[in-house]
Design a protein around this ligand. Structure first.
Ligand code: 13P
Length: 256
């Protein structure tokens, strides 16, 4: 069975002070919830502080980005190696990075490889734009993104995939559970072709895009969906806690 996961992508929100406040608010209640991996991804500048705050708890930490080189003259960048002291996960290929920072499939592939090389677990984001969705190109787009991101990567056991349709991100217009389940099932099939059936069955695939406490159960009750990558709602303590709790309960009852 795949361990469910809820990851909060805080994006470019929270000062260090606000991050401390948010973690203090949710820490003990989040820690209590079992049978789901709880990951928070604050901005780089708060990682060290948050790491201390969650010490001894079951909460896990992720970063939102990396550069693919290990070190050197890359002013302003953070390497995977640097992050190994701070966190376990790193988001790569987020559509906001593709869109605003011109990240290509090739760059994302390099980021994934360099993260895995030092033992960081990448949360690889893929997803189609609205017009691609409307033109029926979803499967084609996610296959292309997936294939390019996974070039040269043999071991998927440390990799998490997040299907985030761009039209659903920050819009309040989430996919339906069924839609997301279909696409994620398709992603699993593609992985099965690229690797094998066992690997495809074991890889965790999350849905992301306007997930809230009100719609989370739609997603997590689907067989193919292992949890969510949550943006806006991860900054609201009660909202985020509800999503995590629901996931634990629903996935727990599906397991029987
Ligand atoms: P929202 O939950 O705010 O739509 O963001 C989703 C997302 O991009 C998570 O990475």
């Amino acid at each position: 069975m795949r361990m469910p996961m809820i990851a909060g992508n805080w994006k470019m929100n929270t000062t260090v002070g606000e991050a401390i406040e948010l973690v203090n608010e949710m820490r003990s209640r989040l820690d209590e919830i079992d049978n789901v991996d709880k990951v928070i991804c604050p901005p780089f500048i708060s990682l060290a502080t948050v790491k201390e705050l969650i010490k001894g708890s079951s909460i896990k930490l992720g970063a939102q980005n990396i550069y693919f080189e290990e070190k050197g003259a890359y002013t302003g960048e953070i390497s995977p190696l640097m992050l190994t002291e701070l966190c376990e996960f790193v988001i790569i290929g987020h559509s906001e990075r593709r869109q605003y920072f011109n990240e290509t499939d090739e760059i994302i592939n390099k980021k994934g490889q360099s993260a895995l090389k030092v033992g960081l677990k990448p949360i690889l984001c893929i997803g189609e734009r609205l017009e691609q969705n409307e033109a029926g190109l979803t499967a084609e787009v996610v296959t292309k993104q997936l294939r390019s991101a996974l070039v040269g990567i043999d071991d998927l056991s440390k990799m998490i995939i997040a299907y985030e349709p761009i039209w659903a991100i920050g819009t309040g217009r989430a996919a339906t559970g069924k839609q997301a389940n279909n696409t994620i099932g398709f992603i699993r099939q593609t992985i099965s072709q690229l690797y094998d059936k066992g690997i495809a069955q074991n890889v965790r695939i999350l849905y992301g895009g306007s997930v809230t406490a009100a719609n989370a159960s739609d997603f997590v009750q689907q067989y193919e969906i292992d949890g969510a990558l949550v943006g806006g709602a991860s900054l609201k303590t009660n909202e985020f806690l509800s999503i995590v709790r629901l996931t634990s309960e629903i996935k727990g009852s599906l397991r029987g």
